[in-house]
Design a protein around this ligand. Structure first.
Ligand SMILES: [Zn+2]
Length: 175
């Protein structure tokens, strides 16, 4: 196994962290998350990551916590850009194969880690954020969204992108 880079913690070994009952609390830049960028108008800030790795009472290795990230999405009420705070509630069971995934208690979302290679914390955070994006963000009736004039033509053009994860996100029944 590769040595984990320190102290940047760019790559993590979730099983090792779980064995040590470790907590990861840090800011992760959204800037390099290309898949997330394609689903929103703007994602240039940092995600606040707070994840605990450990074992549940039945011995299942778990990753639990919360990831909060500021992004800009298209308001479905007025079609203008609006700030959205994405909150991903993480309740993941760590598994090494599909058999372990099948045995995982239903409350856990399985995270399949077939090799012992460290995984990218950024990609892991990106996956959780994508699953937690609101399907149809809209402003409150008494509020208004950002004027399009405040955006450059380049940024504005990204509004037209469709959200291919909408159906998946709907299945997750998160908002
Ligand atoms: Zn709006």
């Amino acid at each position: 196994m590769r040595a984990m880079p320190e102290p940047s913690l760019t790559y993590i070994d979730p099983f090792s962290l779980a064995n040590n009952e470790s907590t990861v609390e840090r800011e992760v830049s959204l800037g390099s998350m290309q898949r997330l960028a394609e689903l929103v108008i703007k994602s240039t800030g940092d995600a606040a990551v707070s994840l605990h790795f450990g074992s549940d009472p039945l011995g299942f290795r778990v990753m639990q916590g919360e990831i909060v990230a500021p992004v800009t999405m298209k308001c479905e009420r007025c079609l203008k850009p609006m700030p959205v705070e994405v909150v991903a509630t993480v309740n993941v069971g760590l598994v090494k194969n599909s058999k372990q995934a099948k045995n995982l208690p239903g409350q856990y979302e399985p995270l399949l880690l077939e090799s012992d290679e460290p995984v990218s914390l950024t990609e892991l955070v990106e996956d959780e954020l994508i699953l937690s994006l609101p399907i149809a963000p809209r402003h409150e009736l008494k509020e208004r969204c950002i004027d399009l004039d405040e955006y450059t033509a380049e940024e504005g053009s990204q509004e037209e992108k469709k959200n291919p994860f909408a159906a998946l996100a709907a299945l997750k029944e998160k908002h």
